[in-house]
Design a protein. Structure first.
Length: 295
């Protein structure tokens, strides 16, 4: 009796055990059904993809503006590279060749040869708004610089780069003042002063009792200064130097829009969009059938 009383006092908890590996049939994804849906709407998929691809081809060929790119390659010093990347080059180009009317055609009256506004744009404004932009890239292996410019007119693309070379040559042959050149000017003034002292003492050496060491020391200083000036002249020439490897050529084919890339992207994108639409429409039809059968 005591043992059965203890057994009755214990609580028995039943834990339901569900069979493993059983999945609701409604949640299963049948690949055969998906494939059958694609086969059912294959014509729609093919026609939709072809139409979208054809539309993209028409837009890229006849609507999108064509751009032509010209380029030149050169081997140049860091000073030349810095000038090519600077706004100083752009300012010189715009000012020398009067490029503001072509950079702001909407504000320029080509017939009257005057501006349509009372406040015409300035060179500084054109540079700040990046109306004239070049692409300057450097090959790490060869160290060569490539300068590119694109335009809707292939002749303008080539002409602009020829102007860049002209302005660059003028700048480094006339206006560029390097640090070496500044040092040369200082040393040349020192050599003139020392040479003047040497000439004066040589003319008086017979009249004045002076040791030859005085003249010798100044002659050594003079020779050393001349050597430094020669080294600085070589350094200055290297800073100004650049060698054009490839001249800018007249582009024949446009580089934009990229026709093949547009066709490929549009074909793949339209294909996935068509498949998505097919499954979406099929899902809506299935839901309608289920609701109608339930009713």
């Amino acid at each position: 009796m005591g043992g059965s009383q203890e057994y009755d006092d214990k609580k028995i908890v039943y834990v339901p055990v569900y069979p493993t590996g059983v999945v609701d049939s409604e949640d299963e994804i049948d690949l055969f059904d998906l494939f059958s849906v694609l086969l059912k709407y294959k014509r729609f998929i093919i026609v939709f993809t072809l139409l979208c691809t054809l539309l993209a081809a028409i837009i890229s060929l006849f609507i999108l503006p064509k751009k032509y790119k010209s380029e030149f390659t050169l081997r140049a010093s860091p000073a030349v590279e810095q000038y090519l990347r600077s706004n100083k080059l752009k300012i010189s180009l715009i000012s020398k060749y009067n490029l503001l009317p072509s950079l702001y055609p909407e504000l320029w009256d080509s017939q009257k040869k005057s501006w349509k506004t009372n406040t015409p744009p300035t060179v500084e404004q054109a540079v700040a708004e990046n109306k004239l932009s070049f692409i300057v890239s450097k090959d790490r292996k060869t160290g060569l610089l490539r300068v590119e410019f694109d335009s809707m007119d292939p002749r303008d693309a080539q002409l602009m780069l020829k102007r860049v070379l002209t302005v660059m040559k003028d700048y480094f042959s006339k206006d560029y003042i390097s640090e070496s050149q500044r040092q040369i000017e200082v040393l040349e003034q020192e050599t003139k002063n020392i040479k003047k002292v040497i000439d004066e003492w040589i003319s008086k050496i017979k009249k004045i009792n002076i040791s030859d060491s005085f003249i010798s020391e100044r002659m050594l200083t003079y020779v050393d200064l001349e050597k430094q000036i020669a080294e600085l002249r070589v350094k200055d020439a290297l800073e100004r130097q650049f060698l054009v490897i490839d001249e800018p050529l007249l582009p024949i084919k446009p580089f934009k829009p990229k026709f093949k890339l547009i066709i490929l992207v549009s074909a793949v994108s339209s294909l996935f969009l068509a498949i998505f639409l097919v499954f979406f429409f099929n899902f809506i039809q299935e839901e309608r059938r289920r609701r109608s059968s339930n009713n």
